[in-house]
Design a protein around this ligand. Structure first.
Ligand SMILES: [Zn+2]
Ligand SMILES: [Zn+2]
Length: 307
């Protein structure tokens, strides 16, 4: 019998969790940013300017998730650093303006920054570790963030440093329960647009900051650059996966190794299955469409028994 890994919530809400405006180092004024994402069909948006949470009014048709981006430099030249997104499960209209000075180089440790954000009740996302030039061991030793940006459009457009698949799998192999986010990190300064290129689809009954963060906390969402993930779950000793037409579907598992499935010439993949080997500590799926755009499920944890 099929058992979906998604909940039975009613709707899917589309949103970007990382965007900058003229309030800090972006090129788009906050009002226009909100309007543009709304017109583009987004259901929610987090404006995450550096060290400041501003009070943005609720715009018609889009829910604002209050958020910010914090960072610590590991050296004065800033050749290595940590950047972290914090999202608040609070109504944007009732949110107090919050501003903090940027930490000086090594003023706090990476872990202290994460702890501070978690204690504040934020949903914490490790941003673009490749752009930050974090070493794998600097990432895997950290605790307290709930998600990692598996795709960051801004860093990808800047210098091809927007992916974090390998960091994500290393964290998962260590047994950490980390979800994957695709986002824009909109600055508007790159040759190729860093807008509307990566987003998450959140499964919920209603679109409020509180309910979106709640769904994100239980991992009830997927990340994408375009492909739609319609359903996935378990059916006996198989994992089934259903998506909009794709050219490739990859099952990533540990400690067993997963598999890659490719569409035959002139065909597409919309429904595929993977037979579990047993003992999988996690299973996640990435599908890629004919334009090369990816979609990522969150990991499903602990398939111990395949009977
Ligand atoms: Zn950043
Ligand atoms: Zn940013």
């Amino acid at each position: 019998m099929k058992h979906s890994f998604f909940s039975d919530k009613k709707y899917w809400f589309k949103g970007n969790t990382h965007a900058h405006t003229t309030r800090t180092d972006g090129t788009c004024p906050p009002d226009k940013q909100v309007q543009d994402y709304s017109e583009r069909g987004y259901d929610f948006l987090a404006i995450t300017d550096h060290n400041v949470v501003d009070s943005y009014q609720e715009k018609k048709g889009i829910c604002m998730l209050p958020g910010w981006e914090r960072d610590v430099r590991h050296n004065e030249e800033n050749t290595s650093c940590i950047h972290v997104i914090g999202l608040f499960p609070a109504d944007a209209c009732s949110m107090q303006v919050k501003e903090k000075p940027r930490y000086a180089c090594n003023e706090v440790t990476d872990q202290e920054l994460l702890d501070e954000m978690r204690e504040d009740g934020e949903f914490v996302i490790l941003a673009h570790p490749h752009w930050s030039r974090m070493l794998p061991e600097e990432v895997t030793k950290l605790d307290g963030f709930q998600a990692i940006e598996v795709f960051n459009a801004g860093c990808e457009c800047l210098m091809h440093a927007g992916r974090a698949d390998l960091y994500w799998d290393m964290l998962l192999q260590e047994g950490k329960r980390i979800y994957g986010i695709a986002c824009d990190d909109t600055h508007g300064k790159t040759e190729k647009s860093d807008r509307f290129a990566g987003w998450i689809m959140v499964h919920e009954d209603e679109c409020t900051a509180h309910s979106i963060i709640e769904a994100m906390t239980r991992g009830d969402f997927y990340a994408t650059q375009g492909p739609e993930i319609l359903d996935w779950g378990r059916d006996g000793n198989e994992v089934y996966f259903e998506c909009s037409p794709c050219a490739e579907v990859h099952f990533i598992t540990y400690p067993t190794r997963g598999t890659s499935i490719f569409a035959k010439d002139g065909e597409v993949l919309t429904k595929v299955r993977y037979t579990l080997k047993g003992g999988e500590k996690y299973v996640r799926v990435e599908c890629i469409d004919e334009k090369g755009k990816s979609g990522w499920t969150n990991p499903f944890f602990s398939i111990i028994n395949t009977k």
